[in-house]
Every structure is written in structure tokens, then in C-alpha cells.
Design a protein around this ligand. Sequence first.
Ligand code: ADP
Ligand code: ADP
Length: 225
Amino acid sequence: DPVLRLSGISKAYNPGAPNEVQVLRGIDLTVAPGEVVALVAPSGAGKSTLLHIAGLLDTADSGTVEIAGDDLTGQSDRKRTGVRRADVGFIYQFHHLLPEFTALENIVLPQLANGVARKAAEARARDLLAQVGIAERADHRPAAMSGGEQQRVAFCRALANEPRLLLADEPTGNLDPSTSDQVFAALMALVRGTGLSAVIATHNLELAARMDRQIRLEAGQLVPV
Ligand code: ADP
Ligand code: ADP
């Protein structure tokens, strides 16, 4: 089974109102196991909307969302939340780490919520931090870290519960270009190391070219690059 299959996804904001925005118009997208797809689109094209629908944070007006062969369309909120927590990792442009907790705790907490024992959760958190090259930052709070380090922690948190699918919305869009390159390389190494499938939205065509496949969101539809 593909890890993600979107079929005929359409979405409008404010449907029927004068300010209606038809953002997505029949999106079909299949992501195979281990495949890393670049989603390229200008700002306002609907990238975030598409990622939120794929990650079960929002619902489409029509079309179906399947994750690992499981059709989540019209399923209960409880079922969708369960699948989202177990199978989907999210990364945003801004790290959204909990400011009062250390890097380690930010990666441990979602595991505890998922039923992992503290010792195992800490071991996994330390291993992830080492993989992105910031093992020595484990006990720092977000405010004591650079922007690139904060994003690396956010990557670790997204992967903490071993999701099948990673959805990233401009994961390095907030960083200066040289930091962005290094942090992106760390993300790709992490993703390749786990064999995870990913959809990574970026404006950066150089970064997009390093992924397996590029798709462009244009006028509400996906076109190959
Ligand atoms: P992107 O991530 O590509 O910048 P978004 O998915 O955030 O695009 O938004 C796509 C379009 O939908 C934009 O025109 C945006 O203003 C509009 N939009 C997004 N969210 C809402 C909302 N909650 N209500 C109304 N319009 C929205
Ligand atoms: P991003 O940087 O991910 O594209 P945006 O700044 O476009 O995000 O949007 C941030 C949040 O505001 C999102 O949750 C989006 O759904 C919402 N939003 C975006 N545009 C609008 C809009 N025109 N009306 C209402 N909400 C919007």
C-alpha cells in the first residue's frame, strides 16, 4: 500500500459566501513507502491546506484520504486523531516547541503520551538528537538554542513516535540560507535513515531538487515538475 493516497481532494474556504476561496480542485497524490516528495508552490497556493488535509488536521469538501491503506474519509474524530498521533509527524516553519521544557523533554513528552516508558523515551530522544548533530543540547530550553537547533529539535519531536508519514511545511523557511542548507541536510539524513515517507513543502528549488520527486501546486491542482 502507498503510505499516503489522496484522491479527488477539493477544498473551499467560506463556501457560498462572496469571499469564497476555492483552494484545492481535485488533488490526486500517491506517496510510496520511503518516497520523499517536494511540494512546490507560491505563497497562498494552498500548501498548508493540502498538508493539513493529508495529515488529518483538516477535512476536505470532497475526495478521500488514505494513510497506509486505511481510508480515513468520514471516520470519527477519535479514529482520525488516533491515526494522526500514531502515523503522522508534522513540522512547521516555526518550531512550536514548549518553551518551559528542555530539548530532551520536548521529544520525550509525545512518546509518554503515546504510552512509551520514560526510560525508553529518553533513550530514543537522545538517539534522535545525536542523529541531527545536537546531542549536547539535550538539556537546553528552546530560548537557549539557535534557530537551526530549535528546528532540529522539532524534527526529532516529529519523528519521536516513529510515524509512517512526515509532513513538513517550509521546514527551513525561517532560517538564513546557509543555516537552512545545513538544517535541511540534517532533516534529509534523518528521513532517509528511517525510510520514512515525506511530503516537504518548500519555495527553495535547490532543496526540492534533492528529493525523489517534485510536484507543483498551481491553481488548485497538482502538476508534475
Ligand atoms: P499556503 O500554505 O500555500 O500559503 P494556505 O493553504 O495557507 O496557502 O492558504 C491558501 C489560500 O486559502 C490563501 O488564499 C489563504 O488566504 C486562504 N485561507 C487559508 N486558510 C483560510 C481560512 N481558515 N479561512 C479563509 N481563507 C483561508
Ligand atoms: P503558512 O505560513 O503556513 O502558509 P499562513 O500564514 O498562510 O500559514 O496562515 C496561518 C494560519 O492562518 C493558518 O492556520 C491558515 O489556515 C490561517 N489563514 C490563512 N489565511 C487565512 C485567511 N484569509 N482567513 C483566515 N485564516 C487564514
